[in-house]
Design a protein around this ligand. Sequence first.
Ligand SMILES: NC(=O)c1ccc[n+]([C@@H]2O[C@H](COP(=O)([O-])OP(=O)(O)OC[C@H]3O[C@@H](n4cnc5c(N)ncnc54)[C@H](O)[C@@H]3O)[C@@H](O)[C@H]2O)c1
Length: 351
Amino acid sequence: MTARKRCLMIGAGLMANAWIRRFLPNFADRTEVVGLVDVDRRALMATGDYLSLSPSRRFADMAVAFESVDADFCAIIVPPAFHKEAVMHAVRRRLPILSEKPIADTWPSCLDIYAAVKGADLKMQVIQNYRYEAPMLTLRQVLRDGTLGRINYVVARFAADYREYGSWGAPFRHEIPHAMLVDASIHHFDQIRNLTSADCASIAGWDWNPPWSSSKGEFCNLFVLRMTSGSYASYESSGTGAGEQNTWHEEHYRVECERGAVAIGRDRIVRTHRFTRGRGLVTEEVLPLKPAREGHNWLIDEFLNWLDGGPTPATVIDDNVKSAAMVFAALEASRTSQVIDVEAMVGALHP
Ligand SMILES: NC(=O)c1ccc[n+]([C@@H]2O[C@H](COP(=O)([O-])OP(=O)(O)OC[C@H]3O[C@@H](n4cnc5c(N)ncnc54)[C@H](O)[C@@H]3O)[C@@H](O)[C@H]2O)c1
C-alpha cells in the first residue's frame, strides 16, 4: 500500500468541516490531515479535537503552518480573499494545491496565482463539485451523446432566499462586494462551460443589489454570454429570491438544441422535450447515471490519483482560470455597461 498523502488544511470553517466529516473519511486509506490552520481559535480547536490532532499541529497563522508542517499537498478552504496568501506559501514550499473555488476574489489575484503556480510547475486543482453531481452528469451525457443535435443556447437560473442577514452560510457572503458573482456565479459559469463544452467568448449584463437586500454586496445578476462554439447562454441569479427557488443543487438549466431541449430544475430530474409537427411535444425523463463518486468525492479522488501520476483532472488551474475570467469579465461588463471580451482576458495569460 502506498503511504497516505499528508494534507495541510488551511481553514476549519463550515466547508472545511464538510471536508473533514463527510468527504475525507471516504479516503482514509489514501490521505490524512497532518496540520490545520484557522484564525478563529474556536473553529481551530473544535475541528482539531474532532481530528484528534496534536496541539502542535494546530495553527492560527498559515505562514507558521507552511513553515513547520511536512505535507504532501495543501487544501485551501478559507474565504476567497485569503486564497492568494495560501497559494503563495504553498508555491514557496512546492506543495500541490487542491483549492476550494473560486481561485481568488479579484482578477489580479487570479493572475498572480496562475503565474506563480505555472511558474513553479506545480499541480493545482480547483473544486467545481457541481459538474460531478449525478443529475448534471446525466444532463451532460444527453448533450454529448448527440441525440438532440447541436447546442443552440443555455438558460441557467439560480435563485435563493438570502434576504435575512446571515442566512447564506458564512457571514462574509453578506459583507463582500459583488457577493453573488464572486462566491456563487463561478459554479454556474463553470457549469455553462461544462455543458456547452466551450469557453466564454464575451459577456454583457449587470449585477446589482435591490434596496431591500440585507447584503452589502450585489446579490442579483442578469448576464448574456456568447460562447466560443457559437452557442449562447443567459444567466440569472439572485440571493433575494422571493419566488420560485432554484437554490444549491436545484439550479435550473435548460439547453435548447437542434432537435429538442433538455432541462433540469428543483426536482433534479433530467427531462428531454422534443416537439414535432403533428405529434406535438414529447417529454421524457432520462434515466439517471449512477457514478461511484459525486461532487467533492469525485474531485478529491481525481486529485489523489493525479498526485500518483494519474490523468490530469478537468478542473485544473489552466482550465478553471477560464471560468474565473467569466466572473471578473461580468463585473467589468456591469461596471462599464459594455460587452467584455473574455477570450482576450484569457488569451493574455498565454502571450
Ligand atoms: N464547493 C462548494 O460547494 C463550496 C461551498 C461553500 C463554500 N465553499 C468555499 O469554501 C471556502 C470557505 O468557505 P466557508 O463557507 O467554509 O467559509 P467560513 O467563513 O465558514 O470558513 C472559513 C474559515 O476560514 C477562516 N479564515 C479566514 N481567514 C483566514 C486566514 N487568513 N487564515 C486562516 N484561516 C482563516 C475563518 O476563521 C473560517 O473559520 C470559500 O472559498 C468558499 O467559496 C465552497
